[in-house]
Design a protein around this ligand. Structure first.
Ligand SMILES: Cc1cc2nc3c(=O)[nH]c(=O)nc-3n(C[C@H](O)[C@H](O)[C@H](O)COP(=O)(O)O)c2cc1C
Length: 186
């Protein structure tokens, strides 16, 4: 038996990310869980537009989006529970300026430096359409083809009962299970 629980977006878990932008000449960071993938270079973030970091994103049209690992989790959560409008969060993460000018946390395993392409407004929320321009990766998480190896990185994920998860083990290569099933139909 299945129960219809109504309109409930169940497309989770998502990666939990730390988003950074320059606000009044200093970095400000906040945590975002409502993250979506567009195409190979497009990421969407669903944000409350009154957040302090959004001021910097809207002013400069540039932001950083960082995956989070165990090292960052405590501080990632912290920047998600206090606002830069009340507390100076600029020193929470040591950082370096990216090529577009976005703050890049030194400790983040992967940071995508993005341009804000567009904003879609729905029900008071802003969906930020972001284009990835530069991707900074700790070399230990790159494979020999210069791709991110998620079996090593294990980014922290989010599910909407407000819990953090970690990715698990590799269960198979794409295409192979489908081919095996096709064989079984012959
Ligand atoms: C687990 C978690 C997930 C969050 N996800 C989002 C999100 O997807 N979008 C958003 O706008 N705020 C989200 N927040 C809230 C902001 O991170 C939080 O309000 C933050 O303090 C805003 O900081 P700022 O005002 O300095 O920009 C989340 C907070 C937590 C703890």
């Amino acid at each position: 038996m299945k129960k219809n629980i109504g309109s409930y977006n169940a497309a989770f878990p998502t990666p939990i990310v730390v988003v950074g932008a320059m606000v009044n000449g200093k970095p400000n960071w906040f945590e975002v869980a409502w993250v979506g993938i567009g195409d190979a270079s497009i990421i969407t973030l669903s944000v409350t537009p009154t957040h302090e970091t959004c001021k910097g994103i809207n002013e400069h049209k540039v932001l950083s989006i960082s995956l989070t690992d165990d090292i960052m989790l405590q501080r990632a959560d912290y920047v998600g529970i206090v606002s830069g409008s009340k507390v100076d969060k600029s020193k929470v993460f040591p950082w370096t300026k990216g090529e577009l000018g976005a703050p890049i946390p030194d400790e983040a395993p992967v940071t995508m430096e993005c341009e804000l392409l567009d904003t879609y407004t729905d029900n008071g929320m802003h969906l930020l359409i972001c284009k990835v321009v530069n991707t900074f990766v700790k070399e230990e998480f790159l494979d020999d083809k210069q791709k991110v190896d998620y079996s090593k990185l294990k980014p922290i994920l989010f599910e909407p009962r407000f819990q953090y998860l970690r990715t698990g083990e590799v269960v198979g290569s794409c295409i192979q299970p489908g081919k095996a099933y096709a064989e079984s139909l012959k």
